[in-house]
Design a binder for this molecule. Structure first.
Ligand SMILES: Cc1cc2nc3c(=O)[nH]c(=O)nc-3n(C[C@H](O)[C@H](O)[C@H](O)COP(=O)(O)O)c2cc1C
Length: 457
């Protein structure tokens, strides 16, 4: 069987993920592995149709498409995302139909499921038979039991594909049509005074003739002082995150003084009270350009960077059928310790609804900003902090020195082991809990015990 390895690492073959694939290649020598380093060749693939055509023809000669990628900020790397966009912009979409596919990622298991959701949804949109995914933690391959699992996974993939077995679909097609948005309601609402609130809009592609452009313009018109707009497509952004981890030591970046990214994050975003991201959905996620902007935020490594800010998203595209995007937006906002006020898409058939939502969001953003309101975290944010707390304390402390300093300073190392009072209570209470008549008494009154702490309110 010919297997197309679509390498998603910006580091080409010097990649952790590729060590897994090379290991498989040695173990499955009856099959032919063909490597395509699509992420680190994206400039060439974008610029030359000939290069892209040659690559696509070689991929399509293969029987199995194997998405092999590192996790990058809840998803795949921006350049891998761009490669997927190029497929959908080309005439090759139909040629993927009926092919088998599977995915393998390496990561620290932080929102690896959203990346795999994305890749499976893409495979299904290409009408491929997606078999299954394998999410490895970076150094899993070094342990014998994990190597066995990986071998079994791959054997099963190859068996399923060679026996032409049917695979089930997880994601429904995005079939909702987006109409042209034109504001309909009169602009006679009172203007919102934003003398003290600094509002910043970050748009991937601003064009006053598109739905997104019209939403941005309408939103801006509500305020007494027009919010600043940054159009990423006009900014000097030299490239995607290189994965070099220069940032890990002191949050410096290999691109420093070479492009606009640090200036936008530190000069503009840090100064703003309210951030509105205006973004286009392309395939199953936001545009690759926006993803590049988000990946490049990693110079702040595992530290929140919108602390205390109000956030809203204006989206062009169907988010109601794209729950994975919604999930990523909500998680990243919680992780950034910001407050998500609304996500407004242009997918309503009644334009007045969009107008009203935009005005309502504008009002709420300012009011919530004045109250400094940040909603409590859900499992998304809480689990993020627990994962990173443990990783930065342990395996990732080297090389992520800057994070260690930040986590210590901001008291993010809140391990339960440090709570001596609670540990003493647990020891004492659990000792007596073993005594049958005490246990019966406690269990009889458990409901009362559970609310005892509230009595002093
Ligand atoms: C910019 C950046 C973003 C990352 N984002 C995530 C993430 O969201 N979740 C995760 O579990 N790991 C994340 N990682 C860790 C990588 O996925 C992991 O190190 C991977 O093994 C790198 O593979 P590669 O060497 O093949 O590129 C990130 C790493 C970098 C540099």
């Amino acid at each position: 069987m010919k297997i197309a390895i679509l390498n998603g690492s910006p580091k080409g073959q010097t990649s952790v993920t590729m060590q897994y694939v090379k290991y498989l290649e040695e173990n499955f020598s009856d099959h032919q592995f063909k490597y395509f380093n699509v992420s680190n060749q994206i400039v060439k693939l974008e610029d030359s149709k000939e290069e892209f055509d040659t690559l696509m023809q070689s991929i399509l000669e293969c029987d199995l498409v194997f998405w092999a990628f590192p996790l990058y900020v809840y998803l795949v790397h921006s350049e891998y995302k761009r490669f997927i966009e190029l497929i959908f912009e080309s005439d090759y979409v139909k040629d993927f139909k009926g092919k088998y596919s599977a995915s393998l990622s390496t990561s620290v298991n932080f929102f690896d499921h959203t990346a795999h959701n994305y890749i499976q949804a893409i495979s299904e949109d290409l009408e491929m038979n997606f078999i299954s995914s394998f999410s490895a933690k970076m150094y899993d391959l070094l342990a014998e039991e994990n190597r066995e699992k990986l071998n079994y996974f791959f054997k099963e993939i190859v068996n399923t594909a060679s026996n032409n077995r049917r695979t089930s679909k997880r994601f429904s097609r995005i079939d909702k049509k987006v109409l042209e948005y034109n504001p309909t309601l009169p602009t006679d609402q009172p203007k919102i005074a934003n003398r003290t609130e600094n509002i910043l809009i970050i748009c991937d592609y601003y064009d006053s003739d598109t739905n997104l452009g019209r939403m941005v313009d309408r939103f801006k018109s509500f305020f007494t002082q027009s919010p600043e707009l940054i159009d990423l497509s006009k900014e000097d952004i030299k490239g995607g995150c290189l994965g070099c981890l220069k940032c890990a030591y002191d949050n410096s970046c290999a691109y420093d003084n070479q492009d606009a990214i640090r200036g936008i994050y530190e000069g503009k975003i840090q100064q703003a009270d309210i951030i509105v991201f205006a973004v286009t959905i392309k395939d199953r996620y936001l545009s690759a350009l926006f993803k590049r902007f988000i990946d490049r935020r990693f110079f702040k490594t595992h530290q929140p960077h919108l602390v205390g800010k109000q956030v809203a998203y204006l989206i062009s595209g169907v988010i109601s059928q794209n729950n994975n995007i919604d999930e990523i937006i909500r998680t990243s906002t919680e992780f950034d310790q910001a407050n998500l006020v609304d996500i407004i898409a242009d997918e309503y058939n009644d334009m007045a609804v969009i107008d009203e939502l935009l005005y309502s969001a504008a009002k709420r953003l300012v009011e919530l900003s004045r109250e400094n309101f940040i909603a409590p975290m859900t499992c998304r944010g809480v689990s993020a902090y627990k994962i990173f707390r443990d990783e930065i304390w342990g395996d990732l402390r080297f090389p992520f020195r800057a994070d260690h300093i930040y986590y210590k300073k901001n008291k993010l190392y809140d391990f339960p082991q440090k709570n001596w009072k609670q540990r003493f209570i647990n020891l004492f209470a659990n000792f007596f809990y073993k005594v049958p008549f005490i246990r019966r008494e406690i269990q009889k009154n458990m409901r009362k015990h559970m609310i005892r702490g509230f009595e002093r309110l």
